[in-house]
Design a binder for this molecule. Sequence first.
Ligand SMILES: C[S@@+](CC[C@H](N)C(=O)[O-])C[C@H]1O[C@@H](n2cnc3c(N)ncnc32)[C@H](O)[C@@H]1O
Length: 272
Amino acid sequence: MSAPDDYLDRNRAAWSEVADVHARHRLATLKAGFAAPGFSTFGDPDHVDMARRLRQVGFAGKRVAQIGCNNGRETLSAVNEGAASAVGFDFTPKFLGQARELTAAAGLDDRVDWVEANAMDLPVRYDGQFDLVFTTIGVLGWMRELEHLFDGIARYVKPGGHYVLEEMHPVSLMWDVRQSGGFEPQFSYFTEEVYVEEGGLDYYEDSDYGSREKSYSFTHTLSKIVNLLCERGFVITALDESPHDIGSYFPGLQDQPANPPMGLVIVAEKRS
Ligand SMILES: C[S@@+](CC[C@H](N)C(=O)[O-])C[C@H]1O[C@@H](n2cnc3c(N)ncnc32)[C@H](O)[C@@H]1O
């Protein structure tokens, strides 16, 4: 099965629908957090590999971009950890509205911009501006044409700069969150079928918020991710695979004796 022609609009509608639900769960706590100087969400224990690699690459004095920035908490954290300025890109206006609220709470309006954009068609006016671009868990799967996302990131990163990627490991996507009982993989690692989600996108609380929108996502193998980056002038300088279920994706799977890799972090440096 392939995605419907208007899948991008459908996905935006699905994200827009869940944006208020996520805000109810998290926004007040985040606002209170960002009211304190230097607040950062990179201390989250589920995302230690990503935080370690981002800090190794370093934020100090850099111009940073996050693609698929959601409510902007990680973009703002990058600034609070030393970046000189940052731009967050996302295609869901409601999340960018939340990001502006957090920016005001953090007092960072003069150092951060929020841009509504499709990640597969990033605006050219930011080409060559960034020392560091990053994407965190839950972005790559929305890209039917992953090559278009990486084209944009390759345009954005300055020579000698870095792209840091965190994702659920593609092997873990062989398991279907909708299956009940049992730990048998359900999909080929190499599937090119679209994954259709009808139960909504409340991955924080798994609540039934009466979602009316289906969403459409795609899997990309590790070799495809690595090769696309190499073809765009990146050198892979680190690759981490983690047994931990970094997205609370499939309860119990990480504890199985035959456990798959569940977290992936890649550091890519743009050749000078
Ligand atoms: C699961 S969140 C991932 C971000 C981050 N890890 C987080 O938890 O906040 C996915 C984000 O990607 C955005 N998104 C999905 N498809 C997109 C696209 N084609 N262009 C830009 N943003 C997109 C959604 O609006 C959402 O904010």
